[in-house]
Design a protein around this ligand. Structure first.
Ligand SMILES: [Fe+2]
Length: 234
C-alpha cells in the first residue's frame, strides 16, 4: 500500500519531532502494510516554509535505513494565489516531480476565489488533489461543492482517520457519503506522530470495506497512487 499523506519528516512542520520518531513511524507504517509513503509536509507561507532541497536531504537519509517503507517527495500546500510560483521556485513540491499537487484549505473558513486558483493551476498543467475534503466545514455544510470541484478537475484524498471518527462526527458522516458516491481517489494517514493513526489503519480498512468493493479498495490504497507516481492520468 502507498500512504498518500504523511508528516513523516523530522522537524519540518507539526509532524514528527525527531529522526527517531520518524523511524518509529516508518516501522509502524511497514507493520500495517505500507511499502511507500509520500512525504507531504505542510507548506504554508509565513508558517512552514522548508524548501524542497532541505526535505529531499532528509528523505535521502531516511531512505538509507534498511527494511522500512520508501519515502517519496511531496508537499501539502496551504492554498494561496501564489501556488504556481511556490512550485516553480522549488519551494513547495509536486508529488514525486509529477504534475500532481496536493493542497489544503482552511478548516473553518471559506477560501476566497477558490475556483480561480484551481483554474490557474489547471491552466499551468497541474492536477490538483484536495487533501481530506471531509474535514472542511464548507464541505460538511455543502456536499455539492465536491461535485463543483470535481467538474473543475480536482481529485480527492480522504484520511483513514476520518472513517473511524478521529476528526469528529461530521467528518465521519461526510467521508462515508464520499465513499458511497465514489468521490475518493486516494487514501492517506495524515500521520503526524508515532503511536497514532498507523496503529489504527487495519481498523479503518475494515470499516471502509463495508462501503466499497475489494477492487475499489485496492485502487484507493495502492493502484491510483502508483499511477500518480508515474505521472499517469487516473
Ligand atoms: Fe496533513
Amino acid at each position: 500500500m502507498i500512504d498518500f499523506h504523511s508528516h513523516i519528516l523530522p522537524d519540518i512542520d507539526d509532524g514528527s519531532k525527531s529522526y527517531e520518531e520518524s523511524l518509529a513511524m516508518l516501522e509502524e507504517a511497514r507493520n500495517v502494510g505500507f511499502d511507500q509513503i509520500i512525504s507531504t509536509s505542510h507548506y504554508a507561507i509565513d508558517c512552514y516554509e522548508a524548501p524542497e532541497y532541505k526535505r529531499k536531504r532528509l528523505i535521502d537519509d531516511l531512505n538509507l535505513e534498511a527494511n522500512l517503507p520508501n519515502i517519496i517527495l511531496g508537499s501539502e500546500i496551504f492554498l494561496t494565489y501564489n501556488i504556481i510560483e511556490l512550485l516553480k521556485e522549488y519551494k513547495a513540491s509536486t508529488i514525486n516531480g509529477t504534475n500532481y499537487v496536493l493542497f489544503e484549505l482552511p478548516l473553518r473558513q471559506q477560501f476566497p476565489n477558490l475556483k480561480d486558483v484551481i483554474n490557474r493551476l489547471k491552466e499551468n498543467n497541474y492536477i490538483p488533489i484536495l487533501a481530506h475534503p471531509e474535514r472542511y466545514f464548507i464541505v460538511q455544510k455543502n456536499f455539492k461543492l465536491l461535485y463543483e470541484l470535481k467538474e473543475l478537475g480536482v481529485l480527492f484524498q480522504a484520511n483513514y482517520g476520518s472513517i473511524i471518527g478521529k476528526y469528529g462526527f461530521a467528518a465521519k458522516q461526510t467521508v462515508k457519503k464520499m465513499f458511497k458516491n465514489n468521490l475518493i481517489s486516494l487514501l492517506g494517514t495524515d500521520a503526524h506522530k508515532e503511536k497514532s493513526i498507523y496503529l489504527e489503519v487495519p481498523k479503518a480498512i475494515s470499516y471502509i470495506s463495508k462501503y466499497i468493493s475489494n477492487s475499489e479498495l485496492e485502487k484507493l490504497t495502492t493502484t491510483n497512487a502508483e499511477k500518480i507516481l508515474r505521472g499517469e492520468y487516473l
